[in-house]
Write a protein that binds this ligand. Structure first.
Ligand SMILES: Nc1ncnc2c1ncn2[C@@H]1O[C@H](COP(=O)(O)OP(=O)(O)OP(=O)(O)O)[C@@H](O)[C@H]1O
Ligand SMILES: [Mg+2]
Length: 231
Protein backbone atom coordinates (compact mmCIF):
# COMPACT_ATOMS: atom_id res chain seq x y z
CA UNK A 1 0.00 0.00 0.00
CA UNK A 2 2.70 2.46 1.08
CA UNK A 3 6.26 2.44 -0.15
CA UNK A 4 8.50 5.17 1.23
CA UNK A 5 11.97 5.56 -0.25
CA UNK A 6 14.49 7.99 1.20
CA UNK A 7 11.71 10.30 2.35
CA UNK A 8 13.05 13.59 3.66
CA UNK A 9 11.29 16.78 4.75
CA UNK A 10 13.58 19.71 5.38
CA UNK A 11 12.48 23.01 6.86
CA UNK A 12 14.50 26.16 6.42
CA UNK A 13 14.52 28.18 9.62
CA UNK A 14 16.49 31.38 9.07
CA UNK A 15 20.04 30.35 8.27
CA UNK A 16 19.66 26.76 9.43
CA UNK A 17 17.93 23.79 7.83
CA UNK A 18 16.15 21.15 9.91
CA UNK A 19 15.52 17.68 8.53
CA UNK A 20 12.27 16.96 10.40
CA UNK A 21 12.09 13.64 8.52
CA UNK A 22 15.41 12.27 7.39
CA UNK A 23 15.87 9.54 4.77
CA UNK A 24 13.02 7.28 5.85
CA UNK A 25 12.40 3.96 4.11
CA UNK A 26 9.17 2.21 5.05
CA UNK A 27 6.75 -0.26 3.57
CA UNK A 28 3.25 -0.63 4.94
CA UNK A 29 0.94 -3.37 3.72
CA UNK A 30 -2.83 -3.14 3.51
CA UNK A 31 -4.51 -3.90 6.83
CA UNK A 32 -1.41 -3.33 8.93
CA UNK A 33 -1.50 -1.52 12.27
CA UNK A 34 1.71 0.45 12.59
CA UNK A 35 2.63 2.38 15.73
CA UNK A 36 5.21 5.16 15.78
CA UNK A 37 6.67 6.44 19.03
CA UNK A 38 9.55 8.77 19.80
CA UNK A 39 10.44 11.94 21.70
CA UNK A 40 8.94 15.35 21.05
CA UNK A 41 10.35 16.97 17.93
CA UNK A 42 11.58 13.70 16.42
CA UNK A 43 9.42 14.10 13.30
CA UNK A 44 6.39 11.91 13.99
CA UNK A 45 3.73 14.44 13.01
CA UNK A 46 5.72 15.52 9.99
CA UNK A 47 5.90 11.93 8.77
CA UNK A 48 2.16 11.53 9.27
CA UNK A 49 1.38 14.65 7.21
CA UNK A 50 3.52 13.20 4.41
CA UNK A 51 1.64 9.88 4.57
CA UNK A 52 -1.67 11.75 4.45
CA UNK A 53 -0.77 14.00 1.53
CA UNK A 54 -1.07 17.12 3.68
CA UNK A 55 2.49 18.02 2.77
CA UNK A 56 5.07 16.97 0.19
CA UNK A 57 8.54 15.62 0.94
CA UNK A 58 11.54 17.71 -0.10
CA UNK A 59 13.30 14.49 -1.09
CA UNK A 60 12.45 10.87 -1.77
CA UNK A 61 9.15 9.29 -2.69
CA UNK A 62 5.92 8.54 -0.87
CA UNK A 63 4.23 5.93 -3.03
CA UNK A 64 0.62 5.14 -2.18
CA UNK A 65 -1.00 2.41 -4.29
CA UNK A 66 1.62 2.96 -6.96
CA UNK A 67 1.09 6.73 -7.01
CA UNK A 68 3.88 9.12 -5.98
CA UNK A 69 2.13 11.62 -3.70
CA UNK A 70 4.89 14.22 -4.18
CA UNK A 71 4.13 14.39 -7.90
CA UNK A 72 0.39 14.85 -7.64
CA UNK A 73 -1.29 18.18 -8.27
CA UNK A 74 -2.92 19.94 -5.33
CA UNK A 75 -6.29 18.96 -6.75
CA UNK A 76 -5.40 15.27 -6.93
CA UNK A 77 -3.96 15.36 -3.42
CA UNK A 78 -7.12 16.98 -2.08
CA UNK A 79 -9.21 14.25 -3.70
CA UNK A 80 -6.99 11.54 -2.23
CA UNK A 81 -7.16 13.13 1.21
CA UNK A 82 -10.90 13.42 0.99
CA UNK A 83 -11.49 9.80 0.02
CA UNK A 84 -8.54 7.65 1.03
CA UNK A 85 -7.26 9.10 4.30
CA UNK A 86 -9.04 9.51 7.62
CA UNK A 87 -7.41 11.67 10.27
CA UNK A 88 -7.66 11.70 14.05
CA UNK A 89 -5.91 14.34 16.14
CA UNK A 90 -5.00 14.92 19.74
CA UNK A 91 -7.36 17.93 19.98
CA UNK A 92 -10.34 15.96 18.53
CA UNK A 93 -11.05 18.86 16.10
CA UNK A 94 -14.81 18.42 16.12
CA UNK A 95 -16.98 21.24 14.76
CA UNK A 96 -18.21 22.90 17.98
CA UNK A 97 -21.58 24.07 16.61
CA UNK A 98 -22.56 20.63 15.32
CA UNK A 99 -23.79 17.82 17.55
CA UNK A 100 -22.22 14.34 17.56
CA UNK A 101 -24.49 13.02 14.82
CA UNK A 102 -23.92 16.04 12.56
CA UNK A 103 -20.15 15.83 13.07
CA UNK A 104 -20.14 12.23 11.88
CA UNK A 105 -22.44 13.12 8.98
CA UNK A 106 -19.99 15.84 7.97
CA UNK A 107 -17.35 13.10 7.68
CA UNK A 108 -19.57 11.33 5.15
CA UNK A 109 -19.81 14.32 2.82
CA UNK A 110 -17.23 12.88 0.34
CA UNK A 111 -19.51 9.89 -0.25
CA UNK A 112 -22.27 12.08 -1.65
CA UNK A 113 -25.06 10.09 -0.01
CA UNK A 114 -28.68 11.10 0.43
CA UNK A 115 -29.21 12.83 3.74
CA UNK A 116 -31.46 10.12 5.05
CA UNK A 117 -29.01 7.24 4.59
CA UNK A 118 -26.19 9.50 5.76
CA UNK A 119 -28.04 10.09 8.99
CA UNK A 120 -28.72 6.39 9.36
CA UNK A 121 -25.05 5.52 8.75
CA UNK A 122 -23.85 8.14 11.22
CA UNK A 123 -26.24 6.87 13.86
CA UNK A 124 -24.96 3.34 13.39
CA UNK A 125 -21.33 4.43 13.64
CA UNK A 126 -22.01 6.29 16.87
CA UNK A 127 -23.62 3.17 18.22
CA UNK A 128 -20.53 1.18 17.26
CA UNK A 129 -18.28 3.52 19.20
CA UNK A 130 -20.60 3.25 22.19
CA UNK A 131 -22.24 6.67 21.98
CA UNK A 132 -25.84 5.87 21.03
CA UNK A 133 -27.01 7.83 24.07
CA UNK A 134 -25.10 10.95 23.04
CA UNK A 135 -26.06 11.63 19.42
CA UNK A 136 -27.60 15.05 20.13
CA UNK A 137 -24.80 16.30 22.39
CA UNK A 138 -22.56 19.14 21.27
CA UNK A 139 -18.80 18.56 21.64
CA UNK A 140 -18.82 20.89 24.68
CA UNK A 141 -21.33 18.57 26.32
CA UNK A 142 -19.12 15.51 25.86
CA UNK A 143 -16.13 14.27 27.85
CA UNK A 144 -12.73 14.13 26.15
CA UNK A 145 -12.96 10.38 25.63
CA UNK A 146 -16.46 10.75 24.17
CA UNK A 147 -15.30 13.52 21.84
CA UNK A 148 -12.50 11.29 20.59
CA UNK A 149 -15.02 8.50 19.96
CA UNK A 150 -17.04 10.90 17.82
CA UNK A 151 -13.84 11.87 16.00
CA UNK A 152 -13.09 8.21 15.32
CA UNK A 153 -16.60 7.66 13.98
CA UNK A 154 -16.24 10.76 11.80
CA UNK A 155 -12.84 9.68 10.44
CA UNK A 156 -14.16 6.21 9.59
CA UNK A 157 -17.50 7.41 8.22
CA UNK A 158 -16.21 7.69 4.65
CA UNK A 159 -14.57 4.27 4.97
CA UNK A 160 -11.05 5.53 4.22
CA UNK A 161 -8.25 3.21 3.10
CA UNK A 162 -5.98 4.46 5.86
CA UNK A 163 -6.57 5.86 9.30
CA UNK A 164 -3.85 8.30 10.35
CA UNK A 165 -3.90 9.14 14.06
CA UNK A 166 -1.63 11.72 15.68
CA UNK A 167 -1.48 11.15 19.44
CA UNK A 168 -5.23 10.51 19.76
CA UNK A 169 -4.83 9.76 23.47
CA UNK A 170 -2.57 12.72 24.29
CA UNK A 171 -5.37 14.67 25.99
CA UNK A 172 -6.94 11.73 27.81
CA UNK A 173 -6.13 9.96 31.06
CA UNK A 174 -4.48 6.58 30.69
CA UNK A 175 -7.56 4.45 31.28
CA UNK A 176 -9.68 6.30 28.71
CA UNK A 177 -6.66 6.44 26.41
CA UNK A 178 -6.34 2.67 26.52
CA UNK A 179 -10.02 2.34 25.62
CA UNK A 180 -9.56 4.63 22.63
CA UNK A 181 -6.55 2.66 21.36
CA UNK A 182 -8.50 -0.55 21.79
CA UNK A 183 -11.43 0.92 19.88
CA UNK A 184 -9.17 1.94 16.99
CA UNK A 185 -7.60 -1.53 16.97
CA UNK A 186 -10.98 -3.23 17.05
CA UNK A 187 -12.37 -1.13 14.22
CA UNK A 188 -9.35 -1.51 12.00
CA UNK A 189 -9.37 -5.25 12.45
CA UNK A 190 -13.07 -5.55 11.76
CA UNK A 191 -12.83 -3.44 8.62
CA UNK A 192 -9.36 -4.55 7.61
CA UNK A 193 -8.33 -0.93 7.73
CA UNK A 194 -4.73 0.20 7.64
CA UNK A 195 -3.73 2.29 10.67
CA UNK A 196 -0.71 4.46 11.33
CA UNK A 197 -0.80 5.58 14.94
CA UNK A 198 1.58 8.13 16.43
CA UNK A 199 1.57 7.79 20.19
CA UNK A 200 3.49 8.18 23.43
CA UNK A 201 1.35 5.38 24.78
CA UNK A 202 3.26 2.14 25.34
CA UNK A 203 -0.11 0.37 25.33
CA UNK A 204 -0.32 0.85 21.57
CA UNK A 205 2.40 -1.67 20.77
CA UNK A 206 0.15 -4.38 22.18
CA UNK A 207 -2.15 -3.93 19.21
CA UNK A 208 0.33 -2.86 16.56
CA UNK A 209 1.71 -5.37 14.07
CA UNK A 210 4.90 -3.30 14.07
CA UNK A 211 6.22 -0.51 16.25
CA UNK A 212 8.77 2.05 15.09
CA UNK A 213 10.66 4.67 16.99
CA UNK A 214 11.63 8.02 15.56
CA UNK A 215 14.73 9.90 16.61
CA UNK A 216 16.01 13.06 14.95
CA UNK A 217 13.90 12.42 11.88
CA UNK A 218 15.12 8.86 11.48
CA UNK A 219 12.85 5.86 11.72
CA UNK A 220 14.16 2.90 13.70
CA UNK A 221 12.41 -0.45 13.59
CA UNK A 222 12.28 -3.09 16.35
CA UNK A 223 15.36 -4.95 15.08
CA UNK A 224 17.49 -1.82 14.83
CA UNK A 225 16.31 -0.73 18.28
CA UNK A 226 17.37 -4.05 19.79
CA UNK A 227 20.72 -3.73 18.06
CA UNK A 228 21.20 -0.18 19.34
CA UNK A 229 20.34 -1.31 22.87
CA UNK A 230 22.83 -4.19 22.69
CA UNK A 231 25.73 -1.94 21.64
N1 LIG B 1 6.37 24.06 9.54
C1 LIG B 1 7.57 23.90 10.15
N2 LIG B 1 8.56 24.81 9.97
C2 LIG B 1 9.76 24.64 10.55
N3 LIG B 1 10.10 23.61 11.33
C3 LIG B 1 9.16 22.67 11.56
C4 LIG B 1 7.85 22.77 10.98
N4 LIG B 1 7.13 21.69 11.39
C5 LIG B 1 7.94 20.97 12.17
N5 LIG B 1 9.17 21.54 12.28
C6 LIG B 1 10.31 21.01 13.05
O1 LIG B 1 10.50 19.67 12.66
C7 LIG B 1 10.82 18.86 13.79
C8 LIG B 1 9.84 17.71 13.90
O2 LIG B 1 8.56 18.21 14.26
P1 LIG B 1 7.30 17.26 14.49
O3 LIG B 1 6.14 18.12 14.77
O4 LIG B 1 7.18 16.33 13.34
O5 LIG B 1 7.73 16.44 15.79
P2 LIG B 1 6.89 15.38 16.66
O6 LIG B 1 7.72 14.14 16.76
O7 LIG B 1 5.52 15.25 16.12
O8 LIG B 1 6.86 16.07 18.11
P3 LIG B 1 5.69 16.04 19.25
O9 LIG B 1 5.82 14.71 19.95
O10 LIG B 1 6.07 17.18 20.14
O11 LIG B 1 4.39 16.24 18.57
C9 LIG B 1 10.83 19.78 14.99
O12 LIG B 1 12.16 20.14 15.27
C10 LIG B 1 10.02 20.98 14.52
O13 LIG B 1 10.45 22.14 15.15
MG1 LIG C 1 3.60 15.73 16.87
Amino acid sequence: MYELCGVTRRYRQGPSVIAAVDDVDLRIDEGEFVAITGPSGSGKSTLLTLLGGLDRPTGGQVIFDGVDLARQSDRKLTLLRRHAFGFIFQQFNLIPTLDALENVEAGMAPLGMRSRSRREGARQLLEEVGLDGRVRHLPSQLSGGEQQRVAIARALAKNPRVLLADEPTGNLDSKIGAEIIELIALFSERRRQTVVLVTHDAEASRYASRTFRMRDGRLLDDARLALAAAL
